[in-house]
Write a protein that binds this ligand. Structure first.
Ligand code: ADP
Ligand code: ZN
Length: 732
């Protein structure tokens, strides 16, 4: 346990945790001037210098003559005890080595650099003489990022121009070049500005959240309400309360494409833009944000899941928007669920968590039912907007020619919308042109060379793409197996193929395809979304990208091409996911004055999940789903861990898995059972063979400790990787 506020005089022994995979804290001597507990330091390690954090007093287990000195203390606010405790507990929970957790918390480059000025470029007043495309792009980037400054390299990269273009603009005064101190604080947000006038339901929820934040204690609230009911409006009130009390707030969003609209909303509400943290943010900005949250120079951070590991000075509120979203689970490297980790960090901080969703995860629903979380409901949409009417189209009754997926019934409804100048959305959760390419001569299906997965044709890119590893190759002329030419044929639809069908069936329609792979940049996607919202398309074809939060006022019909798609497969969350996705997608229709309708094409209209989606009886669906999970003893009523073993050597990985399964003593000791080894559903990725084991335990069982003991019995061969996934979300 780390004690608070410790100071070590020069020469005193300190324990330093580094980001290197050593698995333990090393002893060093405090440098000249001493150092405090939590200080970010640079220490010698062998011939190198590495970064670390003073974790506590040294253990004195090493020969004192050999203990080296801390090289220097970095100029950053020391890591608080709260964050050290959070990293330790998160490491214990996810069975991750502590150095890997520390890497998550120090993911901003140049942390060791001393503060100095840097040359930055900002938007100037003058209009350039000659307006070339390149010049226009530079000015557009600067305008787009409202007031942010860039280094020369960043600006030329973002605008895709040479640095001489920027220098030319500087000469004309259209771009300003100046030396600015690094890492300035962010503009102040004003929590006293007035928000919207809330409806009665919204006001009740807002009051409850404000009270919770004002209490200065830990608590988690599920804020449940249909899309458009004003959840964002309400949780911004909680943010206002938090900022007014001088504490910081963090809003996690699942999708970068969503942040743009959200940032504008925050600006309207608080008079300034919040700090942003995600992969699209430049290195300079990331470093600035990392330092500023530590010093209190950033009040509100809007970010992706990794923002949870930032060194906040005094974090009082974490909002997890769309809390059910699967992107909160990190699926490689450190396997953690940002929603659960938010609750953990808040409980250490005495902070509040708001989980916002129209379709919460079953875990959260159960926690609210059990009284662990408070639940607030916003029962209706804001204003006149009505929830869409939902109906099934029974595909057994429809006659469709081969390679067509839009039923005559759906076609009639789309046509009616076009006549009324309203928009229709055709939803198909499959990127690319066709999921399978088959040889009609020999039956061979084109697969990835490195993975056990079929390659998906992307006609737009003119290539085959592996959705597992990202490998691409051109579509071959001849079958790679039998050599016959001209017999390769697409099977099944992806959004690109659906677009072809739409063009054939509705020749007069203006069509827009929204799929994450079709846009080079977040900006291009944002522009397309804005154009659609302004009415620039009659028919929108989209993957699950469109299910999330975009507001299309003219959209009144959602047609789900294949409502059965997510119900296939043995995933324990298949029903829950389908239910959430269908309700989210349907929620896109009828947000403004026009009522909406959602039509689900299905071959199994009597399937309980489809029936629950159509009836709108959400509580009933969750109760039934919860009962089933309870009976099966699976999460959230039991505990699970996935063990994924991978190696280039298929025999080795199976042998290792079998040996682990045989030595299940530590697991049996806590009443846990191990299943497998079995080939993972995707049995080969990037040339590595993958084998899974699944451990099931009762809810209260000390699973992590037993797992640690269990895997420690065997030493994995050098090229065999062991990944442990606590509470797995995906079973691939
Ligand atoms: P949700 O987050 O639940 O999807 P939002 O907070 O985004 O809902 O609200 C949906 C839309 O309705 C937004 O455009 C929002 O500005 C508007 N809105 C919600 N509540 C109010 C209100 N009380 N007054 C004015 N506009 C509101
Ligand atoms: Zn592949």
């Amino acid at each position: 346990m780390v004690t608070a506020g410790g100071y070590f005089e020069e020469g005193a022994l300190v324990g330093v945790l580094t980001t290197q995979p050593l698995g333990r804290v090393l002893d060093y001597k405090a440098p000249e001037g001493g150092c405090v507990e939590g200080a970010y330091v640079e220490v010698p390690l062998g011939p190198r210098r590495v970064m670390g954090v003073v974790w506590g007093p040294g253990e004195g287990k090493f020969d004192p003559a050999k203990v080296r000195s801390v090289t220097r203390v970095l100029d950053a606010a020391p890591m608080q005890e709260e964050l050290r405790l959070f990293l330790t507990r998160a490491a214990d929970y996810t069975l991750t080595p502590l150095p890997a957790m520390l890497r998550l918390a120090t993911r901003a480059p140049g942390l060791g650099d001393s503060p100095m000025t840097r040359r930055i470029y900002r938007l100037g007043e003058a209009v350039p003489e000659r307006r070339t495309d390149a010049r226009a792009r530079v000015l557009e980037v600067l305008r787009d990022h409202g007031g942010l400054a860039f280094t020369l390299g960043e600006l030329s990269g973002l605008a895709g121009v040479t640095t001489s273009v920027i220098k030319g603009l500087v000469a004309q005064g259209a771009v300003l070049e100046e030396d600015a101190p690094r890492d300035l604080p962010y503009a102040r947000l004003d929590p006293e500005l007035a928000g919207q006038v809330l409806t009665a339901d919204q006001a009740l929820a807002s009051e409850a959240l404000r009270k919770a934040v004002a209490s200065g204690t830990y608590g988690t609230t599920l804020l449940k309400g249909v899309t458009g009911s004003g959840k964002t409006e309400v949780y911004l009130e909680a943010v206002a309360e938090c900022l007014a009390r001088g504490r910081q707030a963090l809003v996690l969003l699942p999708e970068i494409a969503l942040t743009a609209g959200f940032l504008t909303r925050v600006e309207e509400r608080f008079g300034a833009r919040p700090a942003e943290w995600h992969s699209g943010v430049t290195v300079t900005e990331r470093r600035r944000l990392w330092r500023m949250v530590g010093e209190g120079g950033a009040q509100l951070v809007v970010g992706a899941r990794s923002a949870l590991f930032l060194p906040f000075r005094d974090l009082g509120l974490i909002v997890v928007d769309e809390e059910h979203d699967t992107s909160y689970k990190q699926e490689d490297g450190v396997l953690y669920n940002a929603r659960d980790m938010a609750v953990l960090r808040a409980s250490i901080l005495s902070a509040q968590v708001v989980l916002a969703s129209a379709t919460p995860s079953l875990e959260t629903w159960v926690n609210a039912e059990a009284g662990k979380y408070t639940r607030l409901d916003l029962p209706s949409r804001f204003g006149v907007a009505e929830l869409p009417v939902m109906r099934a189209i029974d595909m057994r009754m429809e006659s469709l020619p081969a390679n067509r997926w839009i039923s005559p019934t759906l076609q009639r409804h789309v046509t009616a919308r076009m006549e009324r100048k309203e928009q229709s959305l055709l939803f198909l959760n499959r990127r690319g042109y066709a999921p399978v390419t088959i040889c009609r001569a020999c039956g061979y299906q084109i697969g990835c060379d490195h993975c056990d997965a079929r390659m998906v044709e992307h006609r737009f890119l003119k290539r085959l793409v592996c959705h597992q590893c990202g490998e691409t190759k051109p579509m071959p002329v001849a079958c790679p197996s039998c050599g016959v030419e001209g017999k390769l044929a697409p099977v099944g639809p992806g959004v690109e193929r659906l677009a072809e069908e739409v063009a054939a069936v509705f020749p007069a329609a203006r069509v827009a395809v929204l799929s994450s792979d079709l846009f080079g940049s977040a900006r291009a996607l944002k522009e397309q979304i804005e154009a659609i919202a302004a009415g620039a398309a009659d028919i929108i074809i989209g993957t699950q990208l469109v299910a999330k939060g975009h507001n299309f006022p003219y959209l009144t019909l959602v047609g789900v091409i294949d409502a059965d798609l997510g119900l296939q497969g043995s995933d324990l969350r298949a029903a829950e996911r389908t239910f959430q996705l269908m309700r989210q997608v349907a929620g896109r229709a009828g947000r403004a004055e026009l009522p909406g309708e959602a039509l689900l094409q299905t071959f199994q209209p009597e399937h309980p999940v489809i029936r629950a989606i159509l009836s709108g009886d959400e509580e009933g669906f969750w109760r039934a789903e919860a009962a089933e999970r309870k009976a099966a003893g699976v999460p959230p009523y039991g505990r699970m861990a996935g063990i994924i073993l991978s190696s280039p050597d298929v025999a080795q990985v199976f042998d290792f898995g079998s040996e682990l399964a045989r030595r299940d003593g530590p697991l049996r000791a806590i009443g846990a059972v191990v299943f497998g080894p079995a080939p993972a559903p995707i049995a080969r990725v990037r040339g590595r063979h993958r084998v899974r084991l699944l451990v099931k335990a009762e809810k209260g069982a000390p699973l992590q400790a037993a797992l640690a003991q269990w895997v420690a019995q065997l030493r994995a061969p050098a090229n065999l990787r062991v990944a442990i996934d606590i509470d797995p979300q995906s079973f691939l």
